[in-house]
Design a protein around this ligand. Sequence first.
Ligand code: PMP
Length: 437
Amino acid sequence: MDIFDKCNKFTQAREAIRAGYYPYFKPIQTAQAPEVRINGERKIVCCSNNYLGLTVDPRVKRACIDAIRKYGTSCTGSRFLSGSLELHERVEQKFAKFIGKESAILFTTGHHSNLGTISALTTKGEVIITDKLDHASIIDGCRLSYAEMVRFKHNDMNDLERVLIRYKDVNKLIVVDGVFSMEGDIINLPEVIRLAKKYNARVMVDDAHSLGVLGKNGKGTAEHFGIDPNDVDIIMVTASKSLASIGGLIAADEKVIHYIKHFARSMIYTASLPPAQVAAIDMSLNIIISEPERRERLWRNVKKMADGFRALGYNIRNSQSAIIPIIIGDETKVLIMWRALYDEGVFCSPVVSPAVPEGESLIRTSYMAIHTDEQLDYVLNAFEKVGKKLGVIPGTYRPKPVKPRMRRFISRMRIGAYKMKMFSKRIAKRYLWFGER
Ligand code: PMP
């Protein structure tokens, strides 16, 4: 027995790579923009979290270059010790003021901020209550904590109340995504807050996909619902989306931030965010505050796509954000559809279990303020063509009979029974015609 046995046995991904159906780790040769080159081919991107398109904004780039000139390339130390710059503090203060909280702290990634904050604030004998579809970094934060984690059904307030009643005499932290990263729907925050008050729980909202997108001023989920930010105990955002950088920010009362600063291991034991990335956040915040027209443009694009997908007959469930999921269900079909779209020049993300519940696989699409109408029309046309071919949406496409050689080839391809059950004989037969493309 060897600890590496599992590595030797893990063959599914290699088989998918060989078969040309591996969607992950695609090296992009250009900047994160609506159009990129991959392997020399032009692709329209509809899987980026660059919602406001600021990764290619000249002002943001210039701010990064200036910061490198002034502060160098790295802080080479933790915020706790030698890695704090005046720039970090400026961004924290600007963010706290913008969001309407007393204080904020900047972590090196959004993932780190959820790990550090949740595990620092909760301990043995306490309970963390999470939505079933919360982001993995929230789950990881719970795993690092000695508190018990209890999940409630997705966005189901009756189920949340059931859990709150069960733990009524225990210290409780409710942690929810503002916008759910795969489904694109919004948490029922007014009801979460009402229940939290009723049962004496604290509330933390992960606004990774809401900052710059939701609310009149882009302040996120609380603003979207007209909720006083002081009613949300902790607001978390990541800088890797609308803020065109990397990093995570936690905003809360000063005493809570002070505590997190001294107990969040994922901040204390890692190097701080490099100067260029802090400067990108700083400039992106300025732009979010001063250019609401970007958000308006984003929403125009999102509406165009949501209407377009619905008109084509796609199920986009309850998408209410810049994330539009195309619900397919079957994992194999999702991967086949991803590949067909990729070949058509559209780069999107296949999402299968465990990122979503089994049988609820989807193609995750998301949009930017800087997508042009032509690019979006191109994407819709590709989805129409591929969706009809695959029978995901109504259409006239009739598969041609498959050549015997191709039939044998597809039947032989078995990618294993575990998560990626691609190309099992049953599934391969169902899509035999696909080899004819
Ligand atoms: N929370 C949510 C809801 C996310 O979607 C993500 C990233 N996709 C994170 C946290 C982690 O953020 P980061 O990429 O900055 O680590």
